[in-house]
Design a protein around this ligand. Structure first.
Ligand SMILES: Cc1ncc(COP(=O)(O)O)c(C=O)c1O
Length: 396
């Protein structure tokens, strides 16, 4: 934040990199335009579900309400309720990373798990390899901790790591590699997990694996965790969330699994910051993870159909080329055929056709030439928004 030394606030120098999140700039712009003009905006820029068809399952809502009424409104143990930690340990074990309760921390969403992982691991001068394009909050906390962000370019069309350049980025100062599979903003699964694991094991690099879309993966693609590769259980921090799988974005609850000493350190961090995730939220999450999973399957099928429709309609537009993502609720079409930059195209769409999208450059310079659209919205909104984009391109 450009306050300078003369600022009467005397903010910490660690805030010198603070700017409002770039990836939400489109949302701020779309909301302002909607307010000022009263025009109906199609919100493809939001990283959230929209509409009544995406709602937590009734048994999750009932568990939350029951928990509040039964008095689960006090402080509880920092790392999470034992029964929830056990259920998460079982989930991680099913993914192939044998896990016990003391290797699990329940957090305020995946974002807080990522924050705590970075703040407990990264020293001043440590290097962290970060995918480009990637998830900006990770960069934010690496910088805050005094670490250095080292960008690993993801290679199109499927946005995989290039293993040779990955190896070349490793120095004696490299402490961590961040991966996110399926990835944001492009929805592609990270391939070559075995090879990436070997590189990290050889150089003693910790892998922070963000798996928030683990259950939003579409047939025939399959979710796999690097934490399950031989030798990686103690060399990884597996992060996931209830936000996406159980449509609980507003509940703010996620988790991570790692070596128990690391979890203890992160728990100390948690107890000194947020204290604990609210018990009634944890009990709702427990109902989600231990209850019937048909809601999750229905949601995945619904999202897959919307993904297919989105990809098909975008590919019918001259100047747009959209790969089919393996998972998540995003598409990341290539718009270079329009002759515009990502930001120009995003601005053009919101200003002239009232469609909010995020410029790919909000996620790193390798996002140039792309926009990110979230398709987790009602079909009629999806169709109208895609039609506005078609008209927008035709009008160029
Ligand atoms: C890659 C990635 N990681 C983490 C998060 C944060 O998830 P949560 O809602 O669990 O904090 C998001 C949110 O969309 C995300 O896209």
């Amino acid at each position: 934040m450009a306050t300078g030394d003369s600022s009467p606030l005397r903010l910490s120098s660690r805030t010198s990199h603070f700017v409002l999140p770039k990836q939400w700039a489109s949302m701020r712009k779309a909301e302002a335009l909607e307010k000022e003009t009263g025009k109906r905006v199609i919100h493809f820029e939001k990283g959230d579900f929209q509409g009544d068809e995406f709602y937590p399952a009734p048994h999750i809502l009932e568990a939350a309400s029951r928990a509040v009424h039964e008095g689960h409104v006090r402080y509880v143990p920092g790392p999470g309720l034992p029964e929830l930690r056990d259920a998460i340990a079982e989930e991680a074990t099913k993914r192939g990373r044998p896990t016990t309760r003391d290797e699990v921390l329940v957090t305020m969403g995946a974002k807080h798990a990522l924050t705590q992982s970075l703040l407990t691991m990264i020293d001043v001068g440590d290097e962290v390899i970060f995918p480009n394009p990637g998830y900006p909050p990770d960069e934010f906390w690496i910088t805050y901790a005094g670490g250095k962000v080292v960008y690993a370019p993801l290679v199109e069309p499927d946005f995989h790591f290039d293993l040779d350049s990955l190896k070349n980025l490793i120095t004696p100062k490299t402490k961590m590699l961040i991966i996110n599979s399926p990835q944001r903003p492009n929805g592609m699964i990270v391939g070559q997990l075995e090879e990436i694991a070997q590189i990290c094991l050889e150089h003693n690099v910790m892998v922070l694996t963000d798996e928030i879309f683990s259950h939003m993966v579409y047939n025939p693609a399959e979710h796999k965790t690097i934490a399950a590769v031989d030798g990686m259980a103690n060399q990884s921090i597996l992060v996931d969330t209830f936000s996406k799988t159980y449509i609980m974005t507003g509940f703010r609850i996620g988790w991570c699994v790692a070596n128990k000493e690391l979890i203890t350190a992160m728990d100390i961090f948690q107890q000194n910051s947020v204290t604990n995730v609210p018990a009634f939220v944890q009990l709702a999450a427990l109902a989600g993870i231990t209850g019937p999973q048909d809601h999750v399957l229905t949601q995945t099928a619904r999202l897959q159909a919307k993904r297919d429709k989105t990809v098909e309609l975008l590919n019918k537009i001259d100047g747009i080329d959209c790969q089919t993502p393996d998972g998540s609720f995003y598409v990341f079409p290539d718009i270079r055929g329009t002759g515009m930059t990502a930001q120009q195209f995003a601005d053009y769409l919101i200003e002239n056709f009232q469609v909010g999208v995020v410029a790919g450059t909000a996620f790193g310079d390798r996002g140039e030439g792309h926009i990110r659209l979230t398709y987790a919205c009602p079909d009629e909104v999806l169709e109208e928004g895609l039609d506005r984009i078609r008209r927008g391109v035709e009008n160029l």
